[in-house]
Design a protein around this ligand. Structure first.
Ligand SMILES: [Cu+2]
Length: 127
């Protein structure tokens, strides 16, 4: 009886940890600069698949606009929208199509992006 209770408790702790406390290792992927038409543009590609943004942590220099190319490979409707609340941006992501999101030049700080229900989560670190 006690054993069963402990197992149940363990499961509950595991579920809480998985859904609320677990954060994937926060290795930020630096945005690379590309020279297109003599203009320097910062660009990064994020794949939406299997419940996560890949990469989920982006690192971008301050005072530079940033283009993020989203490619959604997850067919669940949960993944269909990506939102950047700090910039009032909300975009639909059709399956397997590249969607370019243009962010303005940003000040230092941490900005989040997520799907409508915040199951998918990502951060953009600007510094
Ligand atoms: Cu969602």
């Amino acid at each position: 009886m006690l054993l069963i209770n402990l197992t149940g408790l363990g499961l509950i702790i595991l579920i809480i940890w998985w859904f609320w406390l677990y954060k994937p290792t926060a290795t930020a992927v630096a945005v690379k600069s590309e020279k297109i038409d003599n203009k320097c543009s910062n660009e990064v590609t994020v794949v939406v698949d299997s419940g996560i943004y890949q990469p989920a942590h982006l690192l971008s220099p301050e005072n530079k606009p940033l283009n993020i190319n989203f490619i959604r490979k997850d067919s669940s409707s949960c993944a269909a929208t990506v939102m950047f609340p700090d910039f009032d941006i909300s975009a639909e992501l059709p399956l397997n199509k590249l969607v370019k999101i243009q962010l303005p030049a940003m000040q230092q700080g941490e900005y989040v992006f997520h799907c409508q229900m915040k199951m998918y989560n990502g951060t953009l670190l600007v510094k």
